[in-house]
Each structure stands twice: as C-alpha cells, then as structure tokens.
Design a protein around this ligand. Sequence first.
Ligand code: BGC
Length: 379
Amino acid sequence: MNRRFLAALGGAVLALSLAACSGEGAGGGSSTGDEKPSSLTIGVSMPTQTSERWIADGNSVKEKLQAKGYKVDLQYANDDIPTQSQQVDQMITQGADVLIIAAIDGTALSSQLQAAADAKIPVISYDRLIRDSKNVDFYVSFDNYKVGVAQGTALLVGLGLLNKDGSKGSAKGPFNIELFAGSLDDNNTHFFFNGAMDTLKPFLDDGTIVVKSRQTKIEQVATLRWQQETAQKRMEDLLTSSYNDGAKVGGVLSPYDGISRGIITALQNAGYGPAANPLPVVTGQDAEIASVKLINDGVQNSTVFKDTRLLAEQAVLAAEAFLQDKEPTANDTKTYDNGVKVVPSYLLPVETVYKDDIKQSLIDSGYYTAAEVAAGQAK
Ligand code: BGC
C-alpha cells in the first residue's frame, strides 16, 4: 500500500497503525510526513576531516537541519572504509529516518544500503555517487563533468593557449604538462578526468601540449584517497624520471587543492619558483583557504569553487521532502547511472576562481573574509 496515499488520507492514527502492520517501527525510516522534526533524526556520514571541504559540508548540513528542528547524527570516517560502513550501520540500528552519505568508496556500501531500504530509510548520496546499489534514492552534487572542463580550461588559459573568454590565446607552445587524477574509487574522479581530458584533447592531438612522462591513463595518474603526500611523491618521481634532461614542466592538471599543494611542494623542492625558473600552471578544486592564499600570491593558478553551502541546502531540501513523504526536486535524471539505475539528481553549477576572481567569488559572497585569505587560514 502506498504510504503517500495513506498520509493523504490523513488520520495520523490510521497511518500509524498501518505503518505498524507493515513493520515500520517508530524512528527508523517510518516517517509518515506527520511527525514533528524534533522526533526525526537524520544520519549524516562524511568521509574525512583531513580536507576542509568535508568539515564545511558536515557543519553546513548539520546547522541547516538543526535550524529546522531535526536531530542530526553527524559522523566522519577518517577515510577508512570499514569505519564508514560501521557508522552507517549504527545510524540505521539507532533509527535514523533519512541518511545523507558522502561515500569514501562509492562501491563499498551496498549491504548498508540494503539494510536502509529494508528499514524504509531513504538514502541521499551526497556529492559522490554511491554505485552498484538500487537503494540510492537521490543524488545531490555539482556538475562534475564541468568541474573537469573548468580544470582543463584553466590549464590552457594559464599556459596562454586560450583566453578567459574561450578565444585563442597568443602562446604557441609546445608545453610539457603532467596529469593527476583523484581516487579511483570515487565516482567523481572519472567525471573530473573525462571533462579535463576532453578539453585538453585537441591540444594534445596537435602537439601543442605534451605529457612528457606519457602517463595519460587514469589508472596511471590517480591518487588514492586524494592524498597530498601521495601526489607530492608522484610529482617528485616524475621530475626524476622525465625531467632530468633539463626540460621544464609547463603545467600540471590537478583535480583538488590538497593534491595541488603536494605538487607545488615537490616542484619548489626541485628549484621551481624563482622568476628564472617559474612554477608551472597548477589547477585545483574546492577553494581551500591554503590554496586560495597560494592563488592570491601567484603560486597556484586557479581552483574550482563549489559552494558547499548550496550543496548542503539541497541535501536538506531532499531530506525534508522524503520526511514529508514527497519526492525531492531533481534537475537531472539522465547523467548519473550508478551501474544499477539512473539516480535522480540535483546538480549545482561550478565556478573557476583565478586570482582576479577571489574578491568577488569568495570574499564578497561571504565564503571567506579578506583577512582569512591573506592569512591562508580560516577561523
Ligand atoms: C569531491 C571534491 C574533493 C575530492 C577530495 C571529491 O569527491 O567532489 O570536491 O576535492 O572529493 O575530497
């Protein structure tokens, strides 16, 4: 029997008694749309606190849900897959009414999601798509392919091959570049890399840019768990293996600010930085404060800003819709096939931030203060 139909029939008593018949106990995905927010708990599972963005995401989601009166169980999993599985298991047994999950490994939560479905708990996949499960009810994210396009474009703009308006730039090349990607178990990694490579392809094809190491496959350039140290080590190895003939690195495609800082450290340690040996163009993502300072100081080229406040807002709207026994509003029902089904999604736009954009995009919007940018540290 359709729960929404029952809810429409109105009588809380009727709805409750039928819910009891169908085995849906109180507090455990049993919301009929009638409960007070204060009797409902939303489980929020975030991957790690080592990156600023997930702390900001967790805080924003929590604050926005609490402002509406809901209870929130927010957990971070230290980038450890068993920890995240356990935390989600616990949210289910403790009677969460909705789950919002940013997965560490997009394929590792199938049994948790089955348990959630059995308990009638709607699951919202947050930022990263959970794969290989039919039990993902909604996806909130950014346009991840466009993140990659923005990174590829920023690399070309930084090299002078394109102007910011997309027209042809004055530089001729050829330039040596190197490629980095994120963690292969994160669905987003593939969207970012594909978007970037589609953008770079014509320039690679005609030899204007050259990947000197010849490492161009995603498996060769990936960075497990998006770790800065791993990226630093790979950049060091690339400098030793492919640039010991005196050739210079002109640009590095980096998918995330933490990785960008690892790359920049390796390059600086190898003597890049002074005017006579300038740093290559290095891209990024997330507008992490340490990288925004580097962009402001002319060290890192750019970042892709994704306003996590807006993402949190969409997650909260989706959770609230499910709690009121409605479907959340999707703006994309085609792109995100998780291997089992196409998950209805709400995708937000992204923005490239070069040095000139910091004030308008990040300071005027209240994301950071000017003092935080100058210090490279958020309060
Ligand atoms: C997110 C990025 C983030 C990366 C590393 C991705 O799934 O979409 O914003 O940079 O994970 O945390």
